[in-house]
Design a protein around this ligand. Sequence first.
Ligand SMILES: [Fe+2]
Length: 452
Amino acid sequence: MSHHDTPSRPGASIHGTSHTQAEGDAATRLFRHLSIISMYAPGTASFSHNSFLSLMIHRDREIREALQMTVDTLRKFVMPEVIFGEGARMQAVHYLDNLGVSHALIVTDPGIIKAGWVREIASAAESVGISSTIFSHVSENPRTTEVDAGTSMYRENGCDGILAIGGGSPMDCAKGIAILSTNGGGIQQYEGVDKIRHMGPPLICIPTTAGSSADVSQFAIITEQEKLRKFGIISKTIIPDVSLVDPNLLTTLPQKFIGYCGFDALTHAIEAYVSTGSSSLTDLHALEAIRMIKRALPPAYHDSKDSEATRLMMLGSLHAGLAFSNASLGLVHAMAHPISGLYDLPHGETNSLLLPVVIRYNYPSAQARYDRIGRILGASEEDIQENGAEAIIGVVRELAEKVGITGSLGDRGVLSKDIRTLSDHAMVDGCIVTNPILPELGEVMRLYEAAL
Ligand SMILES: [Fe+2]
C-alpha cells in the first residue's frame, strides 16, 4: 500500500494550522517539485503557475497523485563522454586541445595539489601550449562565495575552459563557475531545474573520490552560508563534456573518505533504484553499482593500493552516478543536504547514518525493491522474509561498520533543537519528490529524531 492511500495520520496534515497559509506553503513546495519532475518528464516545466495554483483547490493528496502520474510516464537518460581506466587522467591534455581550450582554470583543493595530481596534468598541458590557472579555495561543502571567487579568477585570467580535479566539492564549484562565466549574476538564481540559458565553457572532470559522481551528473549542490542551507542546481548544461575516471587517483584518498564516499555512492544507487523516477536503464546501473560497492568497499577501505578494489569502486561509483543523475534520489539526500548546510558534516557519513531510518520508513512502499537490494548486500532469504526492513538495515549497517562508520547523528553534534529547521529545508529539497513516499513535515521531524 502506498502512502497516498493513507490520508490521515497523527501530525501529518499540513492543513492543520491556518488553511490559507498551509495552502500557500504547499503551493510553493509543490511548484518546486513540479519543476524537478520536468527532469524526467520533459514538457511539464511549461505547466503554468496559474494552472498549478488552481490545483490547490484540491486536497494535497490529489495534487500529489497528479504529479505522480507525470512521473510515471516519460523518462530520459543523459551522460557525458566517459573514459574509464588507469591513466585516463592524462587524456585531459588531448581533450583540452580538442575542445579548443588555450587557458584552463583548474578547480581543485589543496589536498589534491599536495598529492601531485595537478602538477602532473598542468605541466603536460603546458608542454603542448595550454596554460592554466589554479583555483583551490574550495570547502568540503562548496560555497556561493567560492563560486564567485572562482568566476572572478576565470575572468581575470582570460580562461576559456575548466578542468576540475577532485571530489564532489571542486567539481560542483567548477560547475557553478561554468554557469556564472557565461550567464552572469549570482549562483543562487540558478537554483532548481533548467534555469540556465547559456551553455558553459568546455568542462572536463577528473574525479578523485569514488562517490560524488559529480563528473557524470546534471546536479550541482552549493552551500549558501548566510542562510545555512544547501541548494541544488539541475540542468543538462552542467553535465561535463568529458569525465576521465582513473582508479589511480583513489590511491591518495584518506582512508575515512574512501568509506564516506563509498557510502555516498551506495546511497545514490539505493535511492535511484527505489526512486519513483527510476527506469530500466537506471535500474541496470543502480543494481550493478550496489554489487560492485558491496564487494569492493571493504578491501578498498583497508588498502587503497588494492588496484582491483579501487577499480571496482571507481566503476561502482560511476554506475551509481549514471543511475541517480537520471532517476534522481530520495529522502536520505533530502534530509542529508540540510545537515551539511547547518553542520558541515561529511555528506557520505551523514547519508550512512540516515539510511536505516529512511529504509524503515520507505520499506512498505517499495518492498520488493528493498528486498532485492538486501539480497545483493548479503541478507539471507529467511532473514528478509522474517524481518523485512530490519534485514535490509542489518546488512547496510554491517557494511558501514566495516568502513568505520558507527553511532548516530547525535554523536556528531546534531541537536534536537535544530530538527524543525532541518525538516523545513528537507521538505523543499528537490530530492524528496522522487522518494517512494512523499512525507509530511511531522514525519520528517520524527525521522530526524530517530536518527539522532
Ligand atoms: Fe550524494
